[in-house]
Design a protein around this ligand. Structure first.
Ligand code: NAP
Length: 287
C-alpha cells in the first residue's frame, strides 16, 4: 500500500486531500498541529484509512518526530504533500515583521523543513513525489498581499531548484497553484478594512477580486484531484494551476508588462483602476 504524508489536514484543502487519498486506498498520514482539536479530521480518520499525526511545520523537532513516526510505522513516504499554510498580513508597510516572519516560517520554511526530513528517505529508496501547495499568488503579486505572495514566490523558486536537484534520484516534484478556494482560510483573518489606512484602497480591491472568485469558487476537492493527478500522471509537469480563476488571471498577467501591472494596480481612483484592469486583464475579474 502506498504511503502519503500531508501537512495541515485540520481543515480546507489538507482535510479534503487526506480524505481523497484515503478513499483511493492509500495509507494516509494526516498531519495536524493540534490533533485533539481537529474534529472533522478525527471523524474522517475513524471512517477512512487515515492516521492523524502531530506536526507543526514551524518547529524542527515536531517535523523530525512526525517523519520518524511515519517511517517507524510505514517504513516509507511515497508522497509528501506540503499543504500547511497561513494567509494574510496586508500591505507591506503595515504588516508587522513578526507576521512576515510567521508567514515565511509556515509557508516557506515549513515545506523546506519537511523536504529536508523526508528527502533522505526518498533518496535511499530511489523514488518518491513531493507536492508543494503554492498559490496563484506565487505567480501573480497583488497589492495588499505582500508577505503571502513573497512566501509563495520563495516556495516556487526553491521548489523549481529542488525539482532539478532530486531528479537524478528518481524523485518527482510538483507545485499546485490554486486561485481562490472555498476554505476556512478567509475566515481566519477578521481585520476590518479601516485597520488598513491609508491602504484601504488596495485591500478593498483585493477583497473585491476574492469576492468575485468566490462567486464560483474552486472547491478543496478540485485541489485534491489536481494533487492526485500530479502524483499519478505519466507526463508530469512542474506547475499545475487549479481553477478557472487561476488560469484566467495567469494567462492575462503574462500578456501585461510589469510597468502596466504596477500602474494599473496603483491607480488612485477606483473607476480608473477597474477600467485599467478590464482593459488589461479582461472584463469581470475585479467586479
Ligand atoms: P486552511 O483551511 O486554513 O488550512 C490550513 C491548514 O494549515 C490548517 O490545517 C492549519 O492548521 C495548517 N497550519 C497552519 N499553520 C501550521 C503549522 N505551523 N504547522 C502545521 N499546520 C499548520 O486553508 P487552506 O485554504 O486549506 O490552505 C491550505 C494551503 O492552500 C495553504 O498553503 C494555502 O496557502 C494554500 N492556498 C489556499 C488558497 C485558498 O483560496 N484557500 C488558494 C491558494 C493556495 P490549524 O487548524 O492548526 O491552524
Amino acid at each position: 500500500m502506498r504511503t502519503i504524508l500531508i501537512t495541515g489536514c485540520s481543515s480546507g484543502i489538507g482535510l479534503e486531500t487526506a480524505r481523497h487519498f484515503g478513499r483511493l486506498g492509500w495509507r494516509v498520514f494526516a498531519g495536524a498541529r493540534s490533533p485533539e482539536t481537529a474534529q472533522e479530521l478525527q471523524t474522517s480518520a475513524g471512517e477512512l484509512n487515515l492516521r492523524v499525526v502531530r506536526v507543526d511545520v514551524t518547529a524542527d523537532q515536531s517535523v523530525a518526530a512526525c517523519v520518524d513516526e511515519v517511517m517507524a510505522e510505514a517504513g516509507r513516504v511515497d508522497v509528501l504533500v506540503n499543504n500547511a499554510g497561513i494567509g494574510g498580513g496586508g500591505p507591506v508597510e503595515l504588516a508587522s515583521l513578526e507576521r512576515g516572519h510567521a508567514t515565511f516560517e509556515t509557508n516557506y520554511f515549513g515545506p523546506v523543513r519537511m523536504m529536508k526530513a523526508v528527502l533522505p528517505h526518498m533518496r535511499a529508496r530511489g523514488g518518491g513525489t513531493i507536492v508543494n501547495v503554492s498559490s496563484l499568488a506565487g505567480r501573480v503579486a497583488l497589492a495588499g498581499h505582500g508577505h503571502y505572495a513573497a512566501s509563495k514566490w520563495a516556495l516556487e523558486a526553491a521548489t523549481e531548484c529542488v525539482a532539478s536537484e532530486v531528479k537524478p534520484f528518481g524523485i518527482r516534484v510538483a507545485l499546485i497553484e490554486p486561485g481562490v478556494v472555498l476554505t476556512p482560510i478567509f475566515a481566519k483573518s477578521s481585520t476590518p478594512l479601516t485597520a488598513y489606512a491609508p491602504y484601504e484602497r488596495a485591500v478593498r480591491r483585493l477583497w473585491s477580486l476574492f469576492s468575485r472568485q468566490l462567486e464560483k469558487p474552486t472547491q478543496p476537492s478540485d485541489v485534491a484531484a489536481a494533487i492526485e493527478h500530479a502524483v499519478e500522471t505519466s507526463e508530469p509537469k512542474l506547475r499545475y494551476l487549479v481553477g478557472g480563476d487561476a488560469r484566467t488571471l495567469m494567462a492575462a498577467r503574462t500578456k501585461v508588462s510589469d510597468e502596466e501591472w504596477v500602474a494599473a494596480q496603483g491607480e488612485a481612483e477606483d473607476e480608473s483602476f477597474y477600467a485599467a484592469m478590464e482593459r488589461l486583464m479582461g472584463a469581470g475579474l475585479f467586479r
